[in-house]
Design a protein around this ligand. Structure first.
Ligand code: SF4
Length: 496
């Protein structure tokens, strides 16, 4: 394998206000506000904090005409304060709001899953963006595909790609190229497969639209950072991605340093492996190359495993090449890499970005992070979290928590902390913690239980996709969630 230079997928430039992405521009980092878009003061203050942290593209939800109209005040205030932040409107369900927002912002994001194609709204939006010099994002979400797509493809990566391609073909037919595309999911395996398939589909049709990367509902703390780094890192390592958002259930400005760390980690990368070569990837129907069922971490390694250490500046490519060239192609393999960073978060993000992809692709059977500055217990926790983020070993409760936005109906950060304190020791459970009933239930996808904002101070509880209790007071909701998990026999302690 040639390891001489790192390549990015070729894309054309898209201008978002004064920021240009794609082409040879560095991968841009961005975030989204979680303020009420009608609250000019709070929204502007938050955008300015994000911009000062280094995120120069910021999205705001515009769920109704009032929010859409208020974007004008927000943009005016930002410019008056001397900020050139690119402002993006996030639209769901109501195409007429896209037409309002597009009068004021630098980019409009629509979700093709809830944007009608048969009424001409999209064609009109394309023309409006062209006239104003605004960009568009076709933002597909795994949890909210259009019914016609879902009926044909199910909620699969193929369905996500089909959904994006419908809209991209319209943009191309109308000769409008200021378009960015994304394929988000909270499931890293679905997300990585969808983006890779999208890149291949675009290549087949000669399209070079830039790609926006993100893992949705990644949660918070070190787990949220690791989950984002596994998904985004796998794709940046493939040369895919022109702008990224690390979405965390925390203050939005906290997302920026993590995104920067990821971008810088790949920017300084030496070495090359070919992009867009599907034979390198695990099939969407996932299988492992060896018979080892539960991948191990460094403290559990025994003589069955072959340890392969990455020494070059391109660890995932080096390890992949070494594993694929083993004489015994079913020999269980442990991948090892040394990180000399002194803080746990940096080690976690870098290691997740380098090593997670080898588990997503079914190539590795064990992980060994050599981090001299961390204690063994800390390192082991990071290793377990990477295996969980890559969905090969579940050792703790997984939280599918939305990052919150202007639609959020309660203090999601504090509530997530309370839910974690009561449930994080449970085994093999996925709990969705979502800010609103409009998008939450669809986007928590395959969660076992869901805690969803239904109205101010009111929560609806789900088991799978079924509503169990509707509109209960928030003070009672956590106790009721715990009772619900117990009564279904799912209150089982995990291995740690
Ligand atoms: S689930 Fe609702 S509140 Fe949470 S980010 Fe999505 S739209 Fe916003």
């Amino acid at each position: 394998m040639n390891l001489s230079c790192f390549e990015r997928r070729a894309t054309h430039e898209v201008r978002i206000g004064e920021i240009t992405i794609g082409g040879t521009h560095p991968v841009a980092v961005q975030s989204m506000t979680n303020t009420d878009t009608c609250d000019t003061e709070a929204s502007v203050a938050q955008i300015e904090r994000i911009d000062r942290a280094g995120g120069h593209i910021v999205r705001l939800t515009a769920q109704g005409t009032r929010e859409g109209e208020n974007l004008r005040r927000i943009v005016d205030r930002l410019r008056a304060d001397g900020f050139r932040t690119a402002v993006v409107a996030d639209i769901h369900f109501r195409p007429e709001v896209a037409a309002v927002a597009a009068k004021y912002v630098d980019k409009v994001r629509i979700n093709p899953g809830n944007y009608p194609l048969d009424r001409g709204d999209f064609d009109a939006l394309v023309e409006q963006c062209r006239e104003r010099g605004a960009a568009l994002r076709i933002g597909v979400n795994h949890g909210s595909l259009a019914k016609r797509i879902f009926d044909r493809w199910g909620d699969t990566p193929e369905g996500m790609v089909a959904s994006a391609m419908e809209f991209l073909r319209i943009c191309r037919a109308r000769e409008f190229d200021q378009v960015v595309v994304s394929m988000k999911s909270s499931n890293t395996r679905v997300m990585v497969a969808a983006y890779r398939m999208l890149a291949e589909a675009m290549e087949r049709e000669g399209m070079t639209y830039p790609i926006h990367l993100g893992v949705t509902e990644a949660g918070n703390g070190i787990e949220g950072r690791i989950k984002s780094a596994v998904g985004i890192g796998a794709l940046l390592g493939d040369g895919i991605g022109d702008t990224i958002r690390v979405s965390l259930t925390e203050a939005p400005e906290n997302e920026i340093p993590v995104a920067r760390l990821l971008v810088d980690h790949f920017r300084s990368r030496e070495g090359r492996f070919e992009v867009l070569r599907p034979e390198r990837y695990a099939p969407v129907e996932y299988r492992r190359r060896s018979d080892v069922q539960t991948p191990v971490v460094h403290t559990e390694i025994d003589g069955r495993f072959r340890v392969i250490e990455a020494l070059s500046g391109n660890p995932s490519a080096e390890l992949r090449a070494a594993i694929l060239s083993l004489d015994d192609e079913r020999q269980p393999v442990v991948v090892r890499r040394r990180y000399d960073d002194t803080d746990a978060e940096t080690v976690a993000v870098r290691a997740a970005a380098d090593l997670g992809v080898l588990f997503l692709d079914g190539l590795a059977d064990g992980i060994w992070i050599d981090a001299p500055a961390l204690d063994e217990r800390q390192t082991e926790q990071i290793e377990l979290m990477i295996l969980q983020a890559a969905r090969v070993r579940f050792s703790r409760t997984e939280y599918i928590a939305c990052p919150s936005c202007g639609r959020t109906l309660y203090d999601i950060e504090g509530t997530l902390a309370e839910i974690k304190a009561r449930t994080s020791h449970l085994k093999n459970l996925r709990i969705g913690v979502m800010g609103c009933i409009v998008n939450g239930p669809g986007e928590m996808a395959d969660a076992d239980y869901g805690y969803v904002g239904a109205a101010p101070g009111r929560i609806t509880l789900y088991k799978g996709r079924e509503v169990i209790e509707r509109n209960i007071p928030q003070e009672q909701a956590l106790d009721r969630l715990v009772e619900l998990i117990r009564s279904n026999g799912d209150w089982v302690d995990a291995e740690q």
